[in-house]
Design a protein around this ligand. Structure first.
Ligand SMILES: NC(=O)c1ccc[n+]([C@@H]2O[C@H](COP(=O)([O-])OP(=O)(O)OC[C@H]3O[C@@H](n4cnc5c(N)ncnc54)[C@H](OP(=O)(O)O)[C@@H]3O)[C@@H](O)[C@H]2O)c1
Length: 327
């Protein structure tokens, strides 16, 4: 029998799932002990197919990084798809994992689980203390259900079956595999694309919505993957000391935020764009600050390693390799 656990990474072609596979390989995990299926090979909303897959593969560990993910526009246009598909994906995987005796599973959520007006920085205990941001409420409700799914299996089957299902809630992520689509991308990929285009076209100025004052937190995706592997492999005693059965999720952030202005200037420097960044103060700013409190994760022995500028350089390299020609 192999000393290496058999690991299923759900969503291995996504930004986070692919980073988790990279991380496992970098830590010496043999490729043949990593199980993956593309969406075309296994639709995770199909309960029967998921059960057959788990019965055939019998993994020892599961990273649940598959999800229907999108920006504000997609969340607003397809709320039914966002809540239904995410509920189904996580319910099918968690239950099929339990049925096949999987003891270790890590569920990936997002900082959108916290109330719109949560005190900053947002601690894990802000969960279910207020009203969610309406634009992605269906998605956030599914993610909250995912945390409660894991906790409920732990509470019911932990003592009898050794079930230990954990959840991590990352802040904004960026890096290789990001989505650079014009309409639907997050702030870092959107700025990389726009400032790159401005550089190539010698544009004297690039307009950016808002004052540039809002503060946001960003984490390089390979750091996120390293945090996932760290949390998955923590001893149960350590993990239990810093979590509670009904407040078990763990924030994953770098621990500090920067203004959108600082972010845009850093990206311009990395790209080599020397024109003007013009903040359009007639446009709305959004929430003034969004920062995770990652004290719990730090106390569990993990810190982010990749600084913003280094992470942005790697992200820009990936953009040039895979996306620049498309835009
Ligand atoms: N990116 C971020 O900034 C960020 C921040 C916080 C949290 N997260 C969390 O991290 C997780 C992964 O996000 P990501 O950015 O890696 O998303 P992503 O790049 O869109 O990857 C998601 C993966 O899941 C797969 N998938 C979706 N529906 C499926 C289905 N029904 N059956 C099988 N596979 C399916 C997708 O395959 P197809 O593309 O083929 O459908 C894709 O490979 C999510 O839970 C998300 O909430 C991400």
């Amino acid at each position: 029998m192999s000393v290496h656990p058999k690991i299923y990474v759900a969503g291995h072609r996504g930004m986070v799932g692919s980073a988790i596979v990279r991380q496992l390989l970098a830590q010496g995990h043999p490729a043949e002990r990593i199980v993956t299926r593309t969406h075309a090979e296994l639709d995770l909303t199909d309960q029967a197919a998921v059960r057959i897959f788990f019965a055939a593969e019998k993994p020892d560990q599961v990273y649940l990084a598959a999800a229907k993910v999108g920006g504000i526009h997609a969340n607003n246009t397809y709320p039914a798809d966002f809540i239904y598909q995410n509920l189904m994906i996580q319910a099918n995987i968690v239950d099929a994992a339990f049925r096949q005796g999987v003891k270790q599973l890590l569920f990936l959520g997002s900082s959108c689980i916290y109330p719109k007006l949560a005190p900053q920085p947002m601690g894990e205990d802000a969960l279910l203390t207020g009203t969610l941001e309406p634009t992605n409420e269906p998605y956030a409700i599914a993610k909250i259900a995912g945390i409660k799914l894991c906790e409920s299996y732990n509470r019911q089957y932990g003592p009898s079956h050794g079930v230990d299902y954990r959840s991590v809630m990352p802040t904004n992520l960026y890096g290789p595999g990001d989505n650079y689509h014009t309409e639907n991308s997050h702030v870092i990929p959107a700025l990389i694309r726009r400032l790159h285009e401005a550089k190539v076209n010698h544009a004297p100025s690039v307009p950016i919505w808002g004052t540039g004052d809002p503060r946001r937190e960003f984490l390089y995706v390979d750091d996120m993957a390293a945090a996932c592997v760290h949390v998955m492999n923590l001893g149960k005693v350590t993990y239990d000391q810093l979590t509670q059965p009904m407040l078990s999720h763990i924030n994953v952030g770098c621990g500090h935020d920067i203004t959108i202005r600082e972010l845009a200037e850093t990206i311009a420097r990395v790209i080599g764009y020397v024109g003007n960044i013009a903040f359009d103060t007639t446009k709305p700013d959004g929430t003034p600050r969004k920062l995770m409190d990652s004290t719990r994760l730090n106390a569990l022995g993990w810190q982010a390693r990749v600084g913003l500028e280094v992470g942005l350089e790697k992200a820009y390299k990936d953009f040039l390799k895979n996306h620049a020609a498309l835009h």
